[in-house]
Design a protein around this ligand. Sequence first.
Ligand code: NAD
Length: 343
Amino acid sequence: MKIPFALIGCGAIGSRHAAVIDAEPRAKLVALCDIEESKMERQRDLYGREVALFADYRDMLAATDAEVVNICTPHGLHAEMAMAAARAGKHVLVEKPMALHTADAQEMIRVAAECDVHLMVVKQNRYNVPIALVKKAVEEGRLGKIFMVQCNVLWNRHDEYYQHSNWRGRKDLEGGALFTQASHFIDLMIWWFGDVVDVHGHIATKNHAIEIEDCGNALLEFSSGVMGTMTWTTCVYNKNYEGSLTIIGEKGIIKIGGQYLNKIEYWDVMSYPLPEDVEFIDQPNLYSKYQGTSSNHPRVVSDVVAKLLKERHHVVEGDEGFKSIDAIEMIYRKATILPGGNP
Ligand SMILES: NC(=O)c1ccc[n+]([C@@H]2O[C@H](COP(=O)([O-])OP(=O)(O)OC[C@H]3O[C@@H](n4cnc5c(N)ncnc54)[C@H](O)[C@@H]3O)[C@@H](O)[C@H]2O)c1
């Protein structure tokens, strides 16, 4: 038995979804949609002539017998596409961020419930080996009382990254760098320490000709009482420098780093050394000039299949995805915009 999947958006991550669905033994790719025909054709050439192609996602939703629709388009299109798919009776797997506004995310959750379909969000970094080790250590209370978390997303996005895209850097379609570059980090902190309940922040656009920020600092307060700081930027000279999360607790300190949160850089926890037999097996998603996230998408898709077959799974549902949108919206609402030197 293979669950039929359809895919909207055959760009950088959509092509990865196509490969992952094709490789999943209990899934099959039945339809593709993109406004650029050549991108769909490239995927069909790889995964079979029987895959149907559609230039308009509404036509695809009306015609396809897919049970799940993966949404891999620019952020600002996720909400309308997810709700249309739900209304067509399809389960939805939407890329992060699920939406650009909490009102849209709430409406997506409501429509999915009304249509009796699952709304699922891609959060593949939760499967990373170091992330899971920290989750376990936190849940078991190994760090004692946790005082603080520090998050650094110090990355480079060159001018062409924005210039060669018709949606990146735009307020209506990308929303902000927090949605693109930092939403995984925010999701993980919320997963470990609870909802973000208050924030203070500064943002600025210092080194790109874009409508969104490229530098930001935020102070975060989590519902568990943990204090957080975040610095995020796409202005680092030449190439990505660091994506890291450092947790400071009464009985220990852990720093996760690497190019895509794939390494433990520091681990000193009372009576709880880093297990020696742990294998750091996460691999990166490779884009033209940069890496940013882990490529644990196969785990996400196999968990979607498991959920639909009523097996054990770790799928992230819409209400969990909502939490990082809520936190990001709060940061943008409360942040002071500093003068930038926007070119
Ligand atoms: N989980 C992750 O780590 C991860 C990694 C990369 C991207 N993403 C997310 O995936 C989404 C897409 O990012 P990307 O880097 O693949 O962007 P991209 O620009 O490479 O791809 C977007 C694709 O959507 C298509 N598209 C645009 N409008 C459309 C429409 N109306 N109908 C059908 N297709 C349409 C474009 O032609 C393009 O092929 C973003 O929301 C991004 O945040 C997530």
